[in-house]
Design a protein around this ligand. Sequence first.
Ligand code: 13P
Length: 253
Amino acid sequence: MRKQIAAANWKMNLSLQQGEQLINDLLAKPHELKAHQMAIFAVPAPYLMMAQNKLSNKQHVGVAAQNCYSKKSGAYTGEISVEMLNSLGVQYVVLGHSERREYFNESNQFLAEKLDICLQHQITPIFCCGEPLQIREAGTQNAFVAAQLAESLFHLNAADIVKLVIAYEPIWAIGTGKTASSEQAQEMHAFIRSQLAHQYGQDTANQVSILYGGSVKANNAVELFSQPDVDGGLVGGASLIADEFAAIINALK
Ligand code: 13P
């Protein structure tokens, strides 16, 4: 079975102490991660070490950075390199979140460079894609997402593409409380998988976990995750509340 993943994206929230407390609270809750399931915590960069210290000895749990830079090292003040993540033992990084695309002008081409350096350093990218509201309203979301995939991912070979996690996050559903319906999510996830199949073959496409993100909550996670091509969620707001995120972990297939 494909990996089923509940990934928390804390974004730019919480103090160190609050983050530590949240992890403590979650660890104290009953949650059972099966061999094909994972929980990943994308925490703010200053908290990566704390999260690693608390979680690196836990089975089926990973820590992710929320971003990294495309260069190995050098005079890039304020940036985070993959070698720094390697040195902390961090194995995942969220790339291409719509907030980074929008506020920091990250292009599909720039993201392709970031993907390459992550894969060269054994870091698993959680690659985000998804359309804004006006594209959804125009009905051209498939072409929009296909271009994001083609321009950022399709230079990779099949051996590398299976190392990725893809997160489909329709921008109109992020932080709005307006979740995509499970049919809308399934439709787009199946489309993304068909694009992967077209490029790499069905067997390869079947191995890639595709997460849904956008107002995932405890009360809609079971329904969303029950869809055949939805392999878990990338969760913002609800990942900041221990009870909510614990329930979302338990909603994994
Ligand atoms: P919300 O769950 O707050 O809508 O955020 C989704 C998201 O952007 C996760 O990366």
